[in-house]
Design a protein around this ligand. Structure first.
Ligand SMILES: Cc1cc2nc3c(=O)[nH]c(=O)nc-3n(C[C@H](O)[C@H](O)[C@H](O)COP(=O)(O)OP(=O)(O)OC[C@H]3O[C@@H](n4cnc5c(N)ncnc54)[C@H](O)[C@@H]3O)c2cc1C
Ligand code: SF4
Length: 480
């Protein structure tokens, strides 16, 4: 194995022109030869920082080592043994593992996320999970995003009978809003097809809060309930003019692009002058999607109140937006949306950094008298998300001051109602980690009630050996 090759085996990418043609995937797969070459760069560290940085502690060394030996089928099994949403993650994960890979110190980190994709695409990955000894004990989950799905899998492989209630007609949660150029249609379904061997029932189109409450589910005989409803309702900006026709929240727009006619019917190929307000990944997803829809004469400008360096969106997104032609206007905050019966512009005020806040982040100071009107006919608002807790009982104490998503205030994720847990996460893999922790807490809670020991995590493919943590592993670095 070549120990020190600092350059990454190039990941094949679409050119700008190809990207603008369609919503086709930007990144293309490695060939077998490319995957093996990249995998052989991995040092197989005894102290694997990549594993420690991964919220679900997936041991990338295992599947990377197998790819290096051209054992793609074995690599696929090992990937899926720890990671039931691997097809989604290998396209969407913010790859915290790569940030901490030791190769990043002197060169480019191993392309761990892309090698996970190689394992699944080049190995046999149409496998089926099986439950360990069925328990005939029922658990209910509310919310079909990554938190709920991961918890369903963890409980399902431990032999529980799980019913998952989801308000939308489809599963996935915010994953359904990720543009197709990152996550092609059908990838989540590929992962969920492996759940068929588990006693997990998905009941879509069922909103909790009206008639269906966590307490009601306990009364129906479920031994515990997990509230995993995330935070996927758009947050308003709170400025005058926000309700004018021509102003759209980003999340329903992105969801409509993927799941319904709304997004494309609203915009089609468009020569609109569009402003996107926000600086996070959601704003970038909206701006980059709109850039793909823009016809000649159309334009997309993203306005953010801080500088580029302070943008919450990742470099991959911001750099991608720049490359694709999105215009960026920094250090401007929207103060009013104006127009007679329809959006005609947004009033922007200049901002500059003030003294640091308690977290050390510069505060924002607006510059009086600096207001200018930026003309536009469409505004997309990406000002953050809030949870839809309408109808859920206040007694749960969903700890919404800590995160936008509900989370049990106690260490084990339990809410103030006995047997009701709540969890969520800031990205797909963090949400999955939260789902795992909630499932382990639920199993411990049920086991204690029944006077037995908690169920150890089994091999989800029915083998004799459960997955173990890697040697040298120093404990999770869950920075939630
Ligand atoms: C546009 C966009 C792009 C993103 N891109 C990425 C990315 O590239 N990589 C990444 O790692 N993360 C990304 N994220 C973040 C990631 O998708 C979320 O962190 C993750 O989905 C959170 O998972 P969750 O299960 O906790 O919540 P959610 O995904 O929000 O799932 C919660 C589910 O609960 C359902 N629900 C809500 N209320 C009720 C109710 N009362 N009754 C029944 N069901 C209910 C919702 O419909 C939803 O399906 C993105 C988010 C957005 C919005
Ligand atoms: S830190 Fe990087 S080099 Fe080390 S095992 Fe992980 S992927 Fe390989």
């Amino acid at each position: 194995m070549c120990a020190f090759r600092y350059e990454r085996t190039e990941v094949p990418e679409e050119t700008k022109d190809e990207r603008m043609e369609t919503f086709g995937e930007i990144l293309h797969s490695y060939s077998k030869e490319e995957a093996v070459l990249e995998a052989q760069r991995c040092l197989q560290c005894a102290m694997p920082y990549c594993v420690q940085a991964c919220p679900i502690n997936q041991d990338a060394r295992w599947y990377i080592g197998l790819i290096a030996q051209q054992k793609f089928d074995e690599a696929a099994i090992l990937t899926l043994r720890e990671n039931p949403l691997a097809t989604v993650l290998c396209k969407t994960c913010y790859h915290y593992c790569e940030e901490d890979c030791v190769m990043g110190g002197k060169g480019v980190p191993i392309a761990i996320r892309h090698l996970k994709r190689a394992a699944l695409e080049l190995g046999k990955s149409d496998l089926l999970y099986v439950a360990s000894a069925p328990k005939k004990e029922r658990i209910a989950i509310i919310g079909g995003g990554p938190t709920g799905l991961m918890a369903a899998w963890e409980l399902g492989v431990r032999g529980y009978s799980v019913t998952l209630y989801e308000r939308q007609p489809f599963l996935g949660g915010q994953v359904d809003t990720i543009p197709k150029y990152h996550l092609p249609e059908g990838d989540l379904e590929t992962d969920l097809a492996r759940f068929r061997g588990l006693d997990v029932t998905f009941r879509t189109g069922q909103r909790a809060g009206e008639g269906l409450t966590p307490e009601g589910l306990l009364e129906e005989g479920y031994l515990a309930v997990l509230v995993a409803i995330g935070a996927s309702d758009p947050r308003a900006l709170g400025i005058p003019g926000e309700h004018l026709p021509g102003v759209f929240p980003a999340l329903p727009f992105l969801l409509g692009l993927n799941k319904g006619p709304e997004g494309t019917v609203l915009f089609g190929r468009t020569n609109r002058k569009i402003v996107v307000l926000g600086g996070g990944d959601v704003a970038l997803d909206a701006a980059r999607s709109l850039e793909r829809l823009a016809a000649d004469g159309g334009s997309v400008t993203l306005v953010y109140r801080r500088s580029r360096a302070n943008m919450p969106a990742g470099e991959e997104e911001v750099g991608g937006g720049e490359y694709e032609g999105v215009h960026f206007l920094y250090n401007r905050a929207p103060v009013e949306i104006v127009g007679k019966g329809h959006v005609e512009g947004v009033v922007l005020q200049a901002t500059q950094p003030g003294p640091p806040d308690s977290a050390g982040r510069p505060t924002l100071v607006s510059v009086p008298g600096s207001e200018t009107t930026f003309p536009c006919d469409t505004i997309i608002v990406a000002a953050g998300e809030i949870a839809d807790v309408r109808g859920l009982p206040k007694e749960l104490d969903l700890n919404l001051s800590a995160h936008p998503w509900p989370e049990g205030p106690k260490g084990d994720g339990m809410t103030d109602v006995d047997g009701v847990f709540a969890a969520g996460g800031k990205s797909v893999v963090y949400a999955m980690a939260a789902g795992t922790r909630a499932a382990i807490s639920i199993d411990a809670y049920v086991a204690k009630k029944r006077g037995r020991a908690p169920t150890p995590g089994p091999d989800p493919f029915g083998g004799p050996t459960p997955p173990t943590l890697p040697s040298g592993y120093g404990g999770p670095t869950w920075h939630l």
